[in-house]
Design a protein around this ligand. Structure first.
Ligand SMILES: CCCCC/C=C/C(=O)SCCNC(=O)CCNC(=O)[C@H](O)C(C)(C)COP(=O)(O)OP(=O)(O)OC[C@H]1O[C@@H](n2cnc3c(N)ncnc32)[C@H](O)[C@@H]1OP(=O)(O)O
Ligand SMILES: NC(=O)C1=CN([C@@H]2O[C@H](COP(=O)(O)OP(=O)(O)OC[C@H]3O[C@@H](n4cnc5c(N)ncnc54)[C@H](OP(=O)(O)O)[C@@H]3O)[C@@H](O)[C@H]2O)C=CC1
Length: 271
């Protein structure tokens, strides 16, 4: 990541302040790297202080300073404290990328009320808390802003992950709504919907399902976190200044062809 080619020039984010949630691993880590190398001042958060420490020292070894604040996005007080640190440290915020999130694979019929709620809390309510806090900051400081929400491709549902399909659809329609409501505040709101991307998060999926993931799109491969990071850079930056309320699917064409069963394909559909 310290060397990989970046599609955009290195001034696009020079001195911009960007908050990326969930930056310690996977797509978030690629985002932190690509933004730092593009000249941005990067702030990130996550629940695990150890993972954030490892990220901070990895970036520091290459001369990039990152502010990494342990924060659970489901905790409104922690989110408020995170946002309070940014003006102090960097004076402003230009872009928020809501990447933190996740779920577990399970048949909808077996989900407990608490399990379903945990995924809604994490992906819908946590993301909303970050979005609203950022928007209030931009309103109160009379400065422009941009939000990118990392969601998932929900057009055909997400088999074996009904909770996250519901949460991500919620984020998409929240985004479309506030893209209009917040335009008078000069805030753009867009989503990036990754297909199946090879990250640390894959560890939570059964081997039987993982073997089939490469066939979930016509490119017959998994995506790479860097491919999602570049899409977020494009849609979050001035390079897409006339775009708001949009969903950019980065899924190798998976919304058109391919099947994804997060727990493996049931016998009923085999053959
Ligand atoms: C979208 C396309 C899918 C295919 C490709 C993969 C895409 C990815 O997104 S990979 C990135 C995934 N990364 C993660 O998922 C990491 C983050 N995930 C989590 O932190 C958790 O899964 C969580 C947020 C959903 C749950 O966190 P937490 O609130 O800390 O959970 P608790 O341990 O307190 O449990 C609450 C509730 O949920 C039930 N539960 C948790 N894990 C599972 C599981 N693996 N299977 C079944 N149920 C689970 C847990 O049992 C609790 O319910 P009750 O037992 O009823 O109290
Ligand atoms: N990989 C894929 O195929 C796909 C991924 N996505 C979504 O993209 C995003 C990134 O996923 P990916 O990189 O694959 O997964 P990872 O599990 O590697 O990354 C998720 C990151 O979010 C952080 N996080 C999770 N919950 C919280 C929370 N409540 N508060 C703060 N931080 C949190 C985690 O850190 P910590 O555990 O320390 O809190 C972790 O660093 C997620 O929203 C994911 O669901 C969507 C579609 C497909």
């Amino acid at each position: 990541m310290a060397e990989r080619r970046i599609a955009f020039n290195d001034v696009l984010f020079r001195d911009k302040v960007v908050l990326v949630s969930g930056g310690a691993t996977g797509i978030g880590r690629a985002l932190v790297w690509i933004l730092a190398r593009s000249g941005a001042r990067v702030v990130t958060c996550g629940r695990s202080p150890d993972k954030l420490d490892a990220l901070r020292s990895e970036l520091a070894d290459h001369g990039h300073e990152v502010l990494a604040v342990p924060t659970d996005i489901r905790n409104a007080d922690a989110v408020a404290a995170l946002f309070a640190q940014m003006p102090e440290r960097h004076g402003r915020l230009d872009l928020l990328i809501n990447n933190a999130g996740g779920q577990f694979p399970q048949a909808a019929i077996d989900m407990s009320a608490n399990g379903f709620r945990a995924v809604i809390d994490n992906n819908l309510l946590g993301t909303w808390s970050m979005m609203q806090t950022a928007a209030r900051h931009w309103r109160d400081t009379n400065t422009p802003g941009s939000i990118v929400n990392v969601v998932a491709v929900v057009d055909r549902g997400i088999l074996g992950a009904a909770h996250t399909a519901a949460a991500r659809a919620g984020v998409i329609y929240l985004s479309k709504t506030v893209a209009v409501e917040w335009m008078p505040l000069n805030i753009r709101v867009n989503c990036v919907a990754p297909g199946t991307i090879f990250t640390e998060g894959m560890a939570g999926y059964p081997e039987e399902a993982k073997k089939t993931f490469a066939r979930s799109n016509p490119m017959l491969r998994l995506g790479d976190p860097w491919e999602i990071a570049e899409a977020c850079l494009f849609i979050g930056s001035d390079a897409s200044s006339f775009t708001t309320g949009e969903i950019l699917r980065v899924d190798g064409g998976g919304q058109l062809w391919g099947e994804q069963w997060t727990q493996g394909k049931p016998d009923y559909f085999a053959g």
